[in-house]
Design a protein around this ligand. Structure first.
Ligand code: PMT
Length: 406
């Protein structure tokens, strides 16, 4: 009898690669089948060193696929990739992550990943040293920037009895992510125009030097990607170079003046503007022609204030438009956020205490307090994509029902 769970009718490919956490993939498959999904498992040759094919074949909705060559179908990767509503890779080893990021298709799993347009959830598991290696960080960031959903590994016991970050996320967490990704979009943001700013502006001192800040653009890009996932038409004004996902149109800028011009243009038709960027408050004036030479002595840099883009948007706010500011603080988080909310005529302020570990500038994680006229809500340390989802939930709650599109 077919299952009647909330994933009923969904075709989910579960890719299992060769790590000790492969045994947990059995539970992931069982949970997905219990939720009603049709689960097609793929094992890499290395995965077969950790668990038996029979186990997965018995639990899943069809026998396990292991090779590009021994399947009944001559092109199993395109069949699986095209049929999939979702692909979950659990566990994902450093090798599979690297191959996927590089677009290499050297086994059935990586070939299927390249042959699909379905959403992909990657659940890394490896030793802490590997997880923290710059090459792995870079590959994970590349996948994220392409819209791949990453379920972060947890802290805990690893192979060989070591402890640390790198343990595969709990099967229930992976199931929850699969449900979230496949949830039908009933977002109030669907078909709305959402403008997001991201990154730190760079203000020239002379022909080669700039004043800038530590913003990477990760939080702003995560918000833009999540808004696009919810069906919004997104304009992202950014100083960062991450690849855009479908639905996000990027305007690349450098200075506060360029950002203001791009934001003001886009805001004219925007339903929502979210200022995540760290915009310079001051810029050098005048900008020296050419490059200052060392032998001319130590120069004096004179600064002038930049225009406050957000305050300008608040002054010109249209009825129904939702304006979101960020606040990077090191003390009095909520009081300062409330003061920005009132003074700049904002609907929401997202405050982060950037003196805390793993919070704010440059990190993959953030912890924020969302302040609205109705109250405050604290979002504990989480992946920036999760924080983005909370920020957009709050935006949706602020969109006036009478302003909704049909
Ligand atoms: O980019 P990441 O590495 O992911 O880091 C994310 C972040 C720390 C940059 C982000 O979470 C954040 O806090 N962004 C706001 C940083 C900031 O500049 O805060 P602020 O308190 O100085 O500015 C308050 C608000 O006014 C911000 O929304 C800012 O975009 C806006 N502003 C500031 C100055 C200016 N001239 N014009 C503005 O619009």
């Amino acid at each position: 009898m077919p299952n009647a769970g909330d994933l009923s009718g969904r075709f989910i490919v579960v890719g299992v690669s060769g790590g000790i956490a492969a045994y947990k993939a059995v539970e992931v498959c069982r949970l997905l089948v219990d939720a009603g999904a049709h689960v097609a498992p793929i094992m890499t040759p290395d995965a077969e060193r950790f668990i038996g094919k029979t186990t997965l074949s018995a639990l899943c909705s069809e026998p396990v696929h292991t090779s590009l060559w021994d399947d009944a179908s001559p092109i199993p990767h395109t069949r699986l990739g095209q049929r999939a509503d979702l692909i979950v890779v659990a566990p994902a080893t450093a090798r599979v992550i690297a191959a996927y990021a590089a677009g290499m298709s050297d086994d059935l799993l990586t070939a299927t990943l390249i042959a699909t347009v379905a959403p992909v959830v990657v659940c890394p598991a490896m030793h802490t040293e590997m997880w923290e290696h710059p090459a792995v960080r870079h590959n994970v960031a590349t996948l994220r920037s392409r819209g791949v959903h990453i379920v972060e590994p947890e802290d805990g016991r690893l192979a060989g009895g070591d402890m640390g970050r790198g343990r595969l996320a709990a099967p229930e967490t992976i199931l929850a992510e699969a449900r979230r990704v496949l949830a039908p979009t009933q977002s109030k943001l669907a078909a709305r125009h959402v403008v997001v700013s991201a990154g730190g502006t760079r203000e020239p001192i002379d022909a080669v030097r700039v004043i800038t800040n530590r913003s990477s653009g990760k939080q702003g890009h995560a918000i833009a990607n999540e808004a696009a996932r919810r069906g919004a038409k997104v304009t992202l004004v950014t100083t960062a170079d991450f690849l855009p996902v479908p639905g996000v149109s990027v305007v690349r800028v450098e200075t506060a003046a360029e950002m203001k011009s791009a934001i003001d243009t886009a805001a004219a038709s925007a339903d929502v503007v979210i200022m995540t960027a760290a915009v310079a408050d001051f810029r050098p004036v005048p900008i020296a022609e050419g490059k200052w030479k060392k032998h001319d002595g130590v120069p004096s840099v004179v600064l002038e204030p930049t225009p406050d883009i957000l305050a300008g948007l608040g002054a010109a706010k249209r009825p129904g438009q939702v304006l979101v500011g960020f606040a990077a603080e090191t003390s009095n988080l909520v009081d300062n956020a409330k003061s920005k909310l009132a003074h700049k005529n904002l609907d929401i302020v997202v405050a982060n205490d950037v003196s805390q570990p793993k919070v704010g500038f440059g990190h993959d994680t953030n912890a924020v307090t969302i302040v609205t006229k109705l109250g405050t809500s604290a979002i504990p340390l989480a992946d920036k994509r999760t924080v983005a989802a909370h920020v957009l939930d709050s935006v949706e709650a602020s969109l006036h029902p009478t302003q909704e599109h049909p």
